[in-house]
Design a binder for this molecule. Structure first.
Ligand code: AQP
Length: 332
């Protein structure tokens, strides 16, 4: 069976982008047709300025939301990254495989390090090495497929490069993974700035639909989405990014194609109203189930404990093999 791995960072509340770009595929496709692991990758939340209590709270919330969205512990493994030591163990070996030049080329590093400097904060070394830890997340499980939004494409490429390089130098150790992306809405844009990604850690939340937003709040955010000059509804991501983004979201929420939908609208207002309703209905069951699960933290704890145990059992032989292959002496 295909092995699948993916994760979410607890750097903010989960967004519609996370859902359409990643989580929905995990629920509807990956957990059924593959041997899948999904992780709240909390170590990655420490690469930028963070508040310890908030990271802890958001980690629990993200895990609860993944279950609320429909991940079923009977079908897949759900766990918290820091509960499994193998990620950090393997990361060091991959730091000894990657070069500093290839990490400095990562787009997210460039963007986020500029943001940190502008905010007068130091750039944490872990922000540079973050894609190496992500490669370890993936390679530790002999992963074949990594279902992610398009913003993660470059990081999965790095994981492939490191796997190939390690295998060439030290003998076959790692499966070489590949990224998969949803057909529609692989990159949901910010409703207030449709040229930048809807990202959960952005300061201004008015262009971001959070999975736990009340329906009234979601409606307001969609209705106030920035649209392009012009009035006719056409699907053109370059010339009309605002309208294209709404069409992508509506298409993803209704299982239609954005180009076809464009032909059915002759005003921006009607498109926004239908998109708002479709998003509210799409997220309604997730919100409701989240409220139920949040009232039963013992259940979530049990799922995460069992998930971590299973994950450890899968990762340990792979990481142990890598330790031997690279030349470290086994303990007597
Ligand atoms: N806007 C998006 N559209 C489609 N997919 C997206 N993903 C994230 N944003 C979008 C996908 O969701 C998965 C989990 O994302 P993440 O936790 O790694 O990162 P993030 O939501 O982008 O959060 P950040 O880094 O905290 O926010 P920013 O970037 O604003 O600083 C991934 O598969 C991701 O592709």
């Amino acid at each position: 069976r295909t092995r699948t791995f993916s994760g979410v960072k607890p750097t903010g509340h989960l967004t519609l982008g996370n859902y359409l770009g990643a989580v929905r595929q995990w629920v509807e496709v990956d957990q059924h047709r593959s041997d899948a692991l999904f992780s709240v990758v909390d170590l990655h939340a420490l690469t930028v300025e963070h508040d310890p209590a908030r990271v802890r709270r958001l980690s629990r919330q993200a895990a609860t939301l993944l279950l609320a969205a429909g991940l079923d512990p009977a079908l897949c493994t759900v766990y918290v990254q820091s509960h499994v030591d193998e990620h950090a163990r393997l990361s060091y070996l991959l730091e000894c495989t990657a070069t500093d030049g290839e990490l400095r080329r990562m787009i997210q590093y460039k963007e986020k390090s500029v943001r940190a400097r502008e905010a007068g904060e130091g750039v944490r070394l872990s922000l540079l090495t973050y894609p190496v830890l992500m490669a370890a997340d993936i390679l530790a499980y002999a992963t074949d497929e990594v279902p992610v939004g398009e913003d993660q494409r470059q990081h999965v490429e790095l994981a492939r490069d490191l796997a190939v390089r390690f295998n060439q130098r030290y003998g076959h150790t790692f499966t070489v993974p590949r990224a998969t992306h949803p057909a529609v809405a692989a990159r949901v844009m910010d409703l207030q700035d449709p040229t930048s990604k809807m990202g959960k850690s952005h300061e201004n939340g008015s262009g971001i639909v959070y999975l736990l937003d009340e329906p009234g709040v979601t409606r307001k955010k969609v209705m106030r989405a920035v649209t392009d000059s012009g009035t006719d509804v056409v699907y053109d991501r370059e010339a009309r990014p605002g309208i294209a983004n709404l069409l992508d979201v509506l298409a993803a929420a209704t299982g239609r194609e954005p180009e076809k939908l464009a032909g059915e609208y002759d005003s921006y207002g009607a498109l926004k109203r239908d998109t708002a309703e479709a998003v509210v209905e799409l997220l309604r069951p997730v919100r409701e189930r989240h409220a139920e699960l949040a009232a039963d933290p013992g259940y979530v704890d049990r799922v995460l404990r069992e998930g971590a145990e299973r994950a450890r059992g899968m990762a340990r032989p792979v990481v142990d093999r890598a330790y031997r292959a690279i030349g470290l002496m086994p303990a007597a």
